[in-house]
Write a protein that binds this ligand. Structure first.
Ligand SMILES: NC(=O)c1ccc[n+]([C@@H]2O[C@H](COP(=O)([O-])OP(=O)(O)OC[C@H]3O[C@@H](n4cnc5c(N)ncnc54)[C@H](OP(=O)(O)O)[C@@H]3O)[C@@H](O)[C@H]2O)c1
Length: 235
C-alpha cells in the first residue's frame, strides 16, 4: 500500500509523508527543487525501516510534468495508490484589483490544475480497484474572503469546488474524498511572521487530521476538515 503526496519536500506535505510512512505506507512524493526533495526523501525513509520512497523532481504547474509524475508512480508501484494527497500549492498574497498581471494564472496552475490533472490520471485505476482516499489541501481561504487573499483565495475556492464535485462523483466507486482546510500553519509560507510561535498550528496537526480521517470504517467518510489556531485566523 502506498500514498502519493504532491509538494512534499517541506511544510504540510512533508509532515503528511512522514506520518504515512510511519503508519506503514510506501510513499511517492514530488517537488521542484532536487536538494530539498532529496533531504525530505531521507527524512521519510528514516521514519520506518524498509519503507519504499519514490521522490521525483516535478514542476506540478506544468501539465505534461504532472502526467509524467503520475505515470511514473503507477509504473513504479504497479497498482493505484491507497491515498492521494493533492497538496502542492503556492501562496502569494495580493488584491484582485492591484496584483500583477498573470498572478491568477500562475497560482491556478499549481493550486488547482495540478490536482485536477493528477487525479484524473490516477482515477481510472482507482475506480477499477474500487478503493482509495483522496485528500485535497484547500484552506480556510476556500471558505472565507479576507484582505490580501486575492487570487490565492480564488484558487482555493476553486480547489474546494473541485473537491466537492469529486466527492459526489466518486460515491459509486467507493473512493473517499476529503477537503482539508487548514488555517495558518507554520511553514515556509509564514517566514517572517513575528508573532508568537504558538499563534500558528504545526504541519503535524494537519497530518494527524488526515490520518484520523483515513482511519474511519470503510462506510464512513469525512467530507470537510476545517481547522484553525486556537486564537483563529490571522489578518
Ligand atoms: N501553511 C499554511 O498556513 C496553509 C494554510 C492553508 C492551506 N495551506 C495549503 O497547504 C499546502 C501546503 O502548504 P505549505 O504551507 O506546507 O507550503 P510550503 O511549506 O511552501 O511547501 C510547499 C511544497 O510544495 C512544493 N511546490 C511548490 N510549488 C510546486 C510546484 N510547482 N510543483 C511541485 N511542487 C511544488 C514545494 O517544493 P518546491 O518549492 O521545491 O517545489 C514544497 O515542497 C498548499 O496547498 C497550501 O496552499 C497552507
Amino acid at each position: 500500500m502506498y500514498a502519493v503526496i504532491t509538494g512534499a519536500s517541506k511544510g504540510i506535505g512533508k509532515a503528511v509523508a512522514e506520518r504515512l510512512a510511519a503508519e506503514g505506507f510506501d510513499i511517492a512524493i514530488c517537488a521542484r527543487h532536487a536538494g530539498t526533495l532529496k533531504a525530505a526523501e531521507a527524512d521519510v525513509m528514516a521514519k520506518r525501516a524498509g519503507v519504499r520512497v519514490l521522490a521525483e523532481v516535478t514542476d506540478m504547474s506544468v501539465k505534461e510534468a504532472v502526467l509524467a509524475f503520475g505515470r511514473k508512480v503507477l509504473d513504479t508501484f504497479g497498482e493505484p495508490p491507497a491515498i492521494l494527497v493533492n497538496n502542492a500549492g503556492i501562496f502569494t498574497p495580493g488584491k484582485v484589483h492591484e496584483e500583477e498581471e498573470g498572478h491568477l494564472e500562475k497560482m491556478m496552475a499549481v493550486n488547482l490544475y495540478s490536482a485536477y490533472h493528477l487525479t484524473r490520471l490516477l482515477l481510472p485505476d482507482m475506480k477499477r480497484a474500487k478503493q482509495g482516499h483522496i485528500f485535497n489541501l484547500c484552506s480556510t481561504a476556500s471558505h472565507k474572503a479576507y484582505p490580501n487573499g486575492g487570487s490565492y483565495s480564488i484558487t482555493k475556492f476553486a480547489l474546494l469546488g473541485f473537491s466537492k464535485n469529486l466527492r459526489e462523483e466518486m460515491k459509486p466507486f467507493n473512493i473517499k474524498v476529503t477537503s482539508v482546510s487548514p488555517g495558518p500553519t507554520w511553514t515556509a509560507s509564514w517566514e517572517g511572521f513575528d508573532g508568537p510561535p504558538d499563534r500558528l498550528m504545526e504541519p503535524e496537526d494537519v497530518a494527524s487530521m488526515i490520518w484520523a480521517a483515513y482511519q474511519l470504517s470503510k462506510q464512513a467518510v469525512v467530507e470537510d476538515i476545517q481547522m484553525r489556531p486556537i486564537l483563529g485566523d490571522i489578518g
